[in-house]
Design a protein around this ligand. Sequence first.
Ligand code: PMP
Length: 435
Amino acid sequence: QLGVNRSTVILAFAELRSMGIIESRSGSGTCVSNTKWGATPKHTPNWKRYAEGGSFLPNLPFLRRIREALNQNTSLIDFASGELSGDLAPLDEITKLMSEHPFPSYLGYVNPQGYVPLRQALVTYLDQYRGIRTTESSILITSGSQQSLYLITQCLLSPGDAVAIEDPSYSYSLPMFQSAGLRLFRLPVDREGVCPEEIRSLHKKHRIKMIFTNPNFQNPTGTLLSEQRRSQLLEIASELGLPIVEDDPYSLTDYEGIPRPPLKSIDPIGSIIYIGSFSKIAASGLRIGWMVAPHSIVERLADARQQMDFGLSVIPQQVAAQFLKSSYFEPHLERLRMQLLFKRDLLVEALNKELPDLIQFNIPQGGHHMWCKLISAVNDSKLLEEAIKQGVVFVPGSVYGSDSGFVRFTFARAKAEEIGPGIVRFAKALRELIR
Ligand code: PMP
């Protein structure tokens, strides 16, 4: 019998374990490792932990379900996606521009604040189309309004800050606000747009730091903020010293062709951060957005962009600058407005024909969206599943923060000839559920 000291055995085991020659599992004791002797043991990273890490909340289940349904079945009629159909994008115009102008003329990094010729073109555009007088140093180019909102929520606000947003509002469809740790307070929206009176009492109780509004053809309700409410909103914001983020992607889709002046153009003391985008007036595939803000804010956000991605690639910026300056831009807008009006009328006609007893709505005068109230209560999730079964998708109203019993139809994405059949399918789904 060999007399081996117990601590020698323990040390030997520890050494063998550290070399990967043996491994201990709780409940199964210690055994020789499957790993080749002498080789470093291999452990798969705990990917689940990483997937759940970071500060971003996952997107809303309804929106993930809609995306999944659209990916699985390309013949679904799409009243859900907030974008223009392919035939409304200025593809021919952009193709012509690209042959007329030598693209690309430069392929390096550009200033993260944005390509100078695009900012110059935007100075003219903002003055001509939106009545906003600004300079290129007050403009930041982004990859769309979404990125502008992201930069504002992540870089200008801190976790725990309180913000006032419209209810219902596109902002609720984005866990972006919650991912930034912001506390959200609701301002009701009615036929005249957002009701600003509550801002005072909310501010008193919660120290509101910023107000977010989408005053023109709001997503999802399609409402236009009335003149009186515009003045009231500006007055309250200036009284409390609060900045307003004016998210304005839809104003140029005014079907009468006379877009309302933005808050930014009548803002006497500089309370507004104005954000615009090409997505809803040209194409979401031309990812260009812009922000007009006090220079210190633009500088701060451009500095943040430097850390994130060095700013947007120059090619889409060159294309956007040429398009804005070209003689194609105005006729494109006219055609877009006419086509959107045509699609809106098709949707109104189809809803009146198929669901006069079950749905109520206001007719939007611009934009992409129609907000409908369901007269009978139905479960949002069941309605969406039944609609998918019938071959159509829409967005349940609860995604936008409101109670269930509303739906948002986007009429910009579907082809004109799909709108009637799409509503027939939706009506079938709705009647199936309330039978
Ligand atoms: N704001 C509003 C009100 C919107 O409806 C959208 C798109 N649905 C966005 C911002 C984001 O637009 P984009 O990033 O494509 O410019």
